[in-house]
Design a protein around this ligand. Sequence first.
Ligand code: PLP
Length: 278
Amino acid sequence: MLAFYNGEFIESTEKIVSLEDRGYLFGDGVYEVVRIYNGKPFMLEEHLERLKNSAEALHIPMPYSDEEFKQYIAEGLNRLNESNVDIYMQITRGSAPRNHVFDKDIQPVTAMIFRKSKKIADDIRENGGSVLLREDQRWANCYIKSLNLLPNILAKNEAAEKGCYEAIFYKDNVVTEGSASNIFVVKNNELYTTPLHKGILPGITRIAVLKVAKELNIIIHEEFFTPHFLKEADECFVTSTTSEVLPITIVEGEKISNGKVGELTKNIYEGFKELTKK
Ligand code: PLP
């Protein structure tokens, strides 16, 4: 299939997207599908406007002006020589290491796939189709480690912009997890972490930390706690495969306890490091 990739026309099956591309890794990108009827793009201005708004919301710089997009689309249509076409336009953030998503040298990746439009089955067009009715749970399935991480990306970006390491989510006045980590709190030498439910990812590091805490005879509470409880904690840390056990000492600009890394956090990190050597 014909495709456009960063200024060039290629075959869509060419393997050119970096495995480090954040669109591929995390769905960190935006897209539009534009339909071409009889050689003419339908509502292209509106699609470009929405694409720009979406990209802006994710702080992804627009790689081309509207005029440039229009020219590339015209060229693609010319090459394809089809009059009814669907164009899948995608802009991903490109390849950026953790916490470097706003670096100036991060180049977004722009791709457009030009595909001959498919007709909806005549039967459905004529007789109508059927639907299911389901509660909208698009953001209530956090236990799935899916590539679709929009709320996480938005929160992580905001944290990075504000010089914070992580963003911790809460819902209905209950702390759930970090944008890319699980959260633990220490109060009176006892350990608290959110219980497993659909609102958090069951972290692998979380399992390891619970094991370490058990070995250290620390009392563990897998129970819900409030943002207030977090702010009033003695210690706090987040866990993930890449962060390991990472102390958190400031929440919303305020120190947790004395603002120093706590002893229990240090012990758990030591225990965790031992586990990694086994
Ligand atoms: N929660 C979320 C939303 C995550 O994305 C991650 C890791 O990426 C975690 C928790 C921690 O999981 P793990 O310890 O398996 O890395």
